[in-house]
Write a protein that binds this ligand. Structure first.
Ligand SMILES: *[C@@H]1O[C@H](CO)[C@@H](O)[C@H](O)[C@H]1NC(C)=O
Ligand SMILES: *[C@@H]1O[C@H](CO)[C@@H](O)[C@H](O)[C@H]1NC(C)=O
Ligand SMILES: *[C@@H]1O[C@H](CO)[C@@H](O)[C@H](O)[C@H]1NC(C)=O
Ligand SMILES: *[C@@H]1O[C@H](CO)[C@@H](O)[C@H](O)[C@H]1NC(C)=O
Length: 368
C-alpha cells in the first residue's frame, strides 16, 4: 500500500514537473550545491588553474562530449548536478567563485579536491598532498553564508524554503589523501565516524538556516576505481572480490555510507518539516561494474579509464588525462570511468536519473 502510494505520488510529481518545466515554472527557485570534483562546475579552474594536479582538467579532451571545450568539470561532459538543475527548470548553476555571474537561481560552491575535514586535520596528522587546498566543507558553507546577504537579506528563510540544497560527495578525498600520505587502512577506517559527523553537522548548519530541501550524498566504491586499483594493488587474489574490485576500500565506503545514512535519519527526526534525501554514488557504480552491458557500457572495460595511459586500468598519474599525447577512448559513452577517478557523462546521466526518480536516492529528489 505504502509503495503504491509512493508510486502514485511519484507519477503525480513527475507529471506536475513535466507540466511545470514545459511552462518554464520551476518548482524550486534556486539550487545550491557543495562538494568536490564530482560536483565542481568550474571553481578549481578559477582557484588553482595552474596547480599541477588540476591544470589538466582545463585541457581537452575534458568536456569533449557535451560542452565541446574544457569547463573545469572533471568529466567529458555534464555532471549529476547539471542534470538535476535542468530537470528542475533551472540553468546550470554557476561556480560560486566566478565573477559577474547571476546567482539568483543558485550557486555551486563545490571545488575539486575538497575534503569534509578541515585543512588543519591533515596538517596535524602530517598528511601532505599537492591537491589539498583550503576548500573543505566548512569553508564552502562559509562562502555560502557570505554570499547569502547579496541573495536574500531579510527574506532568506522564505527564499530557502523554495530552494534545493545538495551536499555532494565528501569523504573520498579525505580517505585518498590519507592513503597516499602513507596512513594505514585501519587509520583511515578510524576516521570514518569523524568524517561523517563533519558532514552531519554541516547539514545541520544549513537546516538551522531554514533549508527545507536537502540532498546528502554518500561516497563511491573506491575499490572499483582505477586510481585505487593502480596505486594500492594486492598480490593476494583474495583481496579482490568477484568483480575485480579491492574489498577493503569498498568496505570503507560501505561503512561511511551506513553511518551517513543513519545520520540523515537522525536529522529527519530533528527537523521533521525538512525533506532530506540520501543520494548514492556507491550502488550505481557497483551496478555498472557488475552488469556493464545492461547500462550501455562495453563489457571488459568496466574497471578501465576511457582517457589515460597504463595497464591494466589505463591509469597512470604521471601520464593522465589532459596531458599532451594522452588519448581518450573513441566512444566515452561506452565507458563508466572517464579519467581514472571521475565518471563519464554517460555514467552521470544514469546516476542523475536514479537520484531524481529512484532507485539511487532515498527518497528520490522528485518526491522531495
Ligand atoms: C581557510 O579558510 C578559512 C575561511 O576562508 C579561514 O578562516 C582559515 O583560516 C583558512 N585556514 C587555513 C589553514 O588557511
Ligand atoms: C541586501 O542588503 C545590502 C546592504 O544593505 C544591499 O546592498 C543589497 O542590495 C541587498 N540585497 C537584496 C537582494 O535585497
Ligand atoms: C572499520 O571499523 C568498523 C567499526 O569498528 C568495523 O566494523 C569495520 O569492520 C572496519 N572496516 C575495515 C575495512 O577495517
Ligand atoms: C590472502 O588473504 C587471505 C584473507 O585475508 C589470507 O587468509 C591468506 O593467508 C592470504 N594469502 C597470502 C598468500 O598472503
Amino acid at each position: 500500500m505504502n509503495a503504491v502510494l509512493q508510486y502514485l505520488q511519484l507519477l503525480l510529481l513527475i507529471s506536475f514537473l513535466h507540466h511545470a518545466s514545459s511552462n518554464s515554472i520551476p518548482i524550486f527557485n534556486a539550487f545550491y550545491s557543495f562538494g568536490s570534483s564530482y560536483e565542481d562546475t568550474g571553481n578549481i579552474a578559477i582557484l588553482a588553474p595552474t596547480a599541477p594536479g588540476y591544470r589538466n582538467l582545463l585541457n581537452p579532451p575534458y568536456g569533449e562530449t557535451f560542452f565541446n571545450r574544457p569547463t573545469g568539470r572533471a568529466s567529458d561532459g555534464r555532471l549529476v548536478i547539471d542534470r538535476i538543475a535542468v530537470c528542475l527548470g533551472l540553468p546550470f548553476i554557476p561556480p560560486s567563485l566566478a565573477q559577474g555571474q547571476d546567482f539568483s537561481k543558485g550557486a555551486n560552491f563545490a571545488v575539486s579536491g575538497a575534503t569534509a575535514l578541515d585543512l588543519t586535520f591533515f596538517q596535524q596528522n602530517n598528511i601532505r598532498n599537492s591537491l589539498l587546498q583550503n576548500t573543505s566543507l566548512s569553508v564552502q558553507i562559509e562562502w555560502f553564508e557570505n554570499q547569502k546577504s547579496s541573495i536574500c537579506n531579510t527574506t532568506c528563510v522564505e527564499y530557502f524554503t523554495k530552494s534545493l540544497f545538495a551536499l555532494g560527495k565528501f569523504g573520498d578525498n579525505d580517505y585518498l589523501y590519507m592513503l597516499f600520505g602513507g596512513k594505514t587502512i585501519d587509520f583511515v577506517n578510524s576516521t570514518v565516524p569523524l568524517v561523517v559527523e563533519t558532514i552531519r553537522s554541516a547539514a545541520e548548519r544549513l537546516l538551522n538556516q531554514g533549508v527545507m530541501h536537502l540532498v546528502v550524498s554518500g561516497i563511491r566504491p573506491n575499490g572499483c576505481i582505477p586510481v585505487v586499483l593502480t596505486y594500492f594493488p594486492s598480490t593476494n587474489r583474495s583481496d579482490y572480490d568477484s568483480l575485480g574490485c579491492l574489498k577493503v576500500y569498498n568496505n570503507i565506503g560501505i561503512y561511511h555510507n551506513t553511518l551517513l545514512s543513519s545520520a540523515v535519519k537522525q536529522l529527519r527526526l530533528k527537523f521533521p518539516l525538512a525533506k532530506i534525501s540520501f543520494s548514492d554514488y556507491y550502488n550505481p557504480i557497483i551496478d555498472f561494474v557488475s552488469n556493464p552491458s545492461k547500462y550501455g557500457f562495453t563489457s571488459g572495460t568496466q574497471l578501465r579509464a576511457c582517457c589515460g595511459t597504463g595497464e591494466p586500468y589505463n591509469f597512470n598519474l604521471l601520464a593522465n588525462c589532459g596531458q599532451a599525447g594522452v588519448p581518450a577512448c573513441p566512444n566515452p559513452s561506452t565507458f563508466i570511468n572517464w579519467d581514472g577517478i571521475h565518471l563519464t557523462d554517460a555514467s552521470y546521466d544514469i546516476i542523475a536519473d536514479g537520484w531524481l526518480k529512484g532507485p539511487y536516492a532515498d527518497p528520490p529528489i522528485l518526491v522531495l
